[in-house]
Design a protein around this ligand. Sequence first.
Ligand code: CUA
Length: 322
Amino acid sequence: MRGKSSAISILTAGFLAGCNTHQSTLAPFGADAADIRHLFIMMLVGAVLIAGGVALLMRHAVRAPEGSIDHRKGMRIVLWLGGIIPTVVLLGLLAYSLPYMKPRPASPADLTIAVDGEQFWWRVAYAPPGRPPILSANEIRIPTGRTVAFRLSGGDVVHSFWIPGLAGKMDMIPGRINSLVVRADKPGRYRGQCAEFCGLSHALMAFDVIAMPPAAFDAWLAEQARPARPGDAAGARLFAENGCGGCHGIAGVNAPSRIGPDLTHFGSRRTLAAGILPMTEANVAAFIRHPEKTKPGVRMPSFPQLSDDEAIALARYLQGLK
Ligand code: CUA
């Protein structure tokens, strides 16, 4: 028994150690996630009370010598610990949680961001009111203190959009648009993850959410709206020669494409391959040559014919797109 309980303690400690503040429902940075955390804690308290009652009942049943409890006393124990207490606790939890079921009054969004799940990356389009959409991928920035409406869809198969610190998850279904309205209270960098099995690299489909003070966000968005700065000439030539523009749009260089992630301001992103690798020259070069080594099942073809120097030149060019 003691061995079992210490095993449970070790498992629980390991589980909690895995929770950091960047990807945890228990570390909210928005009102919806705060509600979810609150409900979780209340449900946990209810579950502990009921489990405690059951444990008491079992202890009594195991320890009492045969014939020491008469029928009426036994019925009373079962009635209270097995019936009345669980009913009261569960009804209390139901009454407590009902107000959370009501949808929040819809407030008009200050900003709409369309996100499509793709195998295995995120297509992002900011739609500032009265201005053309701004394309991006695999990293989402939002202003704090403002209402942001995500319009979510699936480009190929069903994915699920989940930022544990901000809100509950929402399915991304091809041919359908689901809406998720959120508001971040605190600036910071938080992690999101695909929460619906979508193929071999489902677990490698993550993204960063960067919540910024509104003025900094507005300045950043204005920067994103302009075309890419011309980068390293040798890398630009390789980009054209290898047909990269057939799948990847770069504003100011070639037409937007729906096949692969938009690369207009690629160099300003903090991670590569949808939140998987740090954005370094070596990682970008290695990914271009053999994307399947990082992401099994990825749709991007490999470019093993590129020499080390060519892959580095291409990486340098892409990282210069800021
Ligand atoms: Cu996309 Cu799982």
